[in-house]
Design a protein around this ligand. Sequence first.
Ligand code: 3PG
Ligand code: CO
Length: 524
Amino acid sequence: MEKRPVVLVVMDGMGLAETHLGNAVQQAHKPTLDFLYASCPHTRLRAHGLAVGLPTDGDMGNSEVGHNAIGCGQIYSQGAKLVNENIDSGEIFNSKAWRELVDFCKDGHKMHFIGLLSDGNVHSHINHLKALIKQAKAEGIHEVRVHALLDGRDVPDTSALTYVDDIENFMGELNDDTFHACIASGGGRMQITMDRYEADWSMVEKGWRIHVQGEGRQFASATEAIETYRKELGVIDQDLPGFVVAKDGQPVGTIDDGDSVILFNFRGDRAQEISRAFDGDASFDKFDRVKVPNVKFAGMLQYDADLQIPKMYLTEPPKIKYTLTEELCKHGIREYAISETQKYGHVTYFWNGNRSEKFDENLETYVEIKSDVVPFEQRPWMKSAEITDELCAAIESGKYDFLRTNYPNGDMVGHTGSLTSTIIGVESVDLGLQRVMESVKKVNGVLLITADHGNADEMYQAPKEGQPLKAKTSHTLNRVPFIVYNAKCKLKTDDNLGLSNIAATVADFLGIEPNEHWNESLLK
Ligand code: 3PG
Ligand code: CO
């Protein structure tokens, strides 16, 4: 069935849940989606767990694995799983990077671990950190420092102390006359270090000052910092400001010449900027690093193989092949990808198997709309209107055969935990969709609508008897929709279908043969 152009909309974080309570998707006024469900072919897809290459079906989906699966039509073992395997087999400790870093800091210097301290399994896992610290001691390293980024975004919103206690108890048991490990600095992941897609380099600069130079508000411990900031500011973990752990006014773990540094996050979007700061030569100009210590730096994974970020890494990333973009380029299909900064790399870098380079400069057009740097619960519509303006013009221009976008609202606003704002976010997406439908109708193309994982569909944590409802900021395990507008077709409804079935479906609509490595099309 050939029908062009094909337009694919990813409604980030807008999954399908039965419950109405706390379901921002259901509660939103969304005439467009209601119309689409009532009158167009649609089905449900898996977007979590094994269906997207995560270790278990208990793992919620996320944008990296979701966009990877949509963009390559296959299921690859993802970072979370690859690191587990690498640690279980012990291979990680034979890697060139681990060996070099151990040798570098062994004699009287420190080994630092920077990363997201939780078991969210989206960017990192605390068990990976534990394995690295334990082995550091076994290798004869004397001093370990942890720079703990507090989560509250992939895990409950005020759970930081659970993980701080856990890692401190773990380190306490290892500490003895020859070995000393402790938390040296940290802060909320949305305040320091973990910016993505260059939305706000000042976050990375703040992280650099805190982790490397030990410049920031001082506390006797991470716990004291968290408790004090909570009392003073009343914010959730992801928004806690940076802190430095100090004794007698001296930071306990600055990053100095001769030290080794490991970024233990496996996911790339929020790991690249800090990696570039450590790896970058004198031409690095994103912020003034003041003094760049002579350290060896490695990432848990290589986050971008084309750009070699970072140069050294402990685990080989999945080598994602036969991507949809590559295949479409071979057929001369003209492609267009657009989103705002917060999700721009999702429809380009993640979409193309974690590569930021284009396959074919002549066939691919990428457009980024600059995101506002604001708390998104204050602007839940984000840049949905601007994305829609550009996308509709591109659809109607006749210049492209395949267009894709990501509306971030359901996810980015969903992560704030504000139900009211998330409902408005969903409504903004609905309004955008209506305009996209009109453009698609005008040129008689086909519109495919899906989501990469759930988030806005569950804005409350599971209720506990007799306790008030608590906001939920993380993703969900729910299925996501797949809707076809303006094409008569029948869709498969098997329970095991997932995001990796979309690539072949796009190829079918474009009238080209799906790549033999892809999972089956959703068209009957
Ligand atoms: C984030 O990085 O914001 C969250 O950990 C995951 O969100 P995403 O997978 O939707 O980007
Ligand atoms: Co998200």
